[in-house]
Design a protein around this ligand. Sequence first.
Ligand SMILES: Nc1ncnc2c1ncn2[C@@H]1O[C@H](COP(=O)(O)OP(=O)(O)O)[C@@H](O)[C@H]1O
Ligand SMILES: [Mg+2]
Length: 361
Amino acid sequence: MYVEELELINFRNYEHQKINFNNKLNVIVGKNAQGKTNLIEAIFLLAIGRSPRTTKDKEMINWDKDRAIVKMKLVKNSGSKTLEIRLNKTGTKTILINGLPIRRISELISVLNVIYFFPEDLKLIKEAPQDRRRFMDVDISQASRNYFFLLQTYEKVLMQRNKLLKNSSTMEVLKQTVGIWNEQLADVASKIIISRIKFLNKLAPIVQKCHAYLSDDNEKLDISYQGVVGKNTEEIKNILIEKLQQNLQKDFELGYTSVGPHRDDIKITLNGVDIRSFGSQGQQRTASLSLKLAEIQIFEEETKEKPILLLDDVLSELDPDRQRKLINIATKQQSFLTCTDYPFDTVGDIYNIKDGNCIKS
Ligand SMILES: Nc1ncnc2c1ncn2[C@@H]1O[C@H](COP(=O)(O)OP(=O)(O)O)[C@@H](O)[C@H]1O
Ligand SMILES: [Mg+2]
């Protein structure tokens, strides 16, 4: 799929712009604070119905105006579509597909698929486990609504169990009532864990290929699930129930549940060694990049269509060799790449952005 035309009206620092893009690499060049990320944000907004950087829709409307419109012509295998979002200072938001307002935001899901990549993502491997859990959960949820509901159910059951841990006066009291919550928690947890294991198994060879490409084949990257694992939900559930019982005294003292998918992680090794403890910053960045880029293929397999790659300001964080390789990957589907300096001016169409004006060079 690709964005053929994008129209911005009173969106952030854009007054009125209509821009055509090619279906491969589009390079957005400009100094700081000119509107590069704003443009990427507009595309992301039409994919998800939300901004990637604010929960307040109003912030996206130009300060001097009352409403903003973002509109695009999208070309897919199945034909063309127009997507439009109207934001109002009063707080209302209308989304239209082919000119018709949609009733629920979920109707927008999967119309436009984007993979959004910004500098913080290069820390995916280095950062806290919750970032990697979010990485798995966001990806699996996009493909499975059922998984999304499982996560919500798990949150609720976990909260109930934690409440019980905090409110029980003694271990004896706790023991009498916790059984039912252990059972429920382990039941939902086992379904979440098996989905994550399957997802990582699918992702692993693709990530490995990406990493080999980015690192000139010298390094072997392996990913696997870190937590309670097993062959099927039944097995995982039984192990979890056992662990919950074993940890009960500890959980009682802590006042929260110390085992389960909310504590799990992705184990990542490079040539057999834990990358978080022993990898260099360069290796960790390359591995983070590989994890994100592997999403392209996962999306493509699931939707039978290439997603659009949004690369916001990541170039400057990479060495010239990795830059060249990333650009090469970016030319394989429609990509939007923003930067302050573009060293490969023979590859891609260049757009210069200055003060909310976008001009193709
Ligand atoms: N709602 C808004 N109305 C007008 N200008 C805005 C709004 N929100 C942000 N801006 C302006 O947009 C610019 C930042 O754009 P951004 O796309 O983040 O820059 P960069 O080119 O560095 O990625 C700043 O000059 C900021 O003042
Ligand atoms: Mg920016």
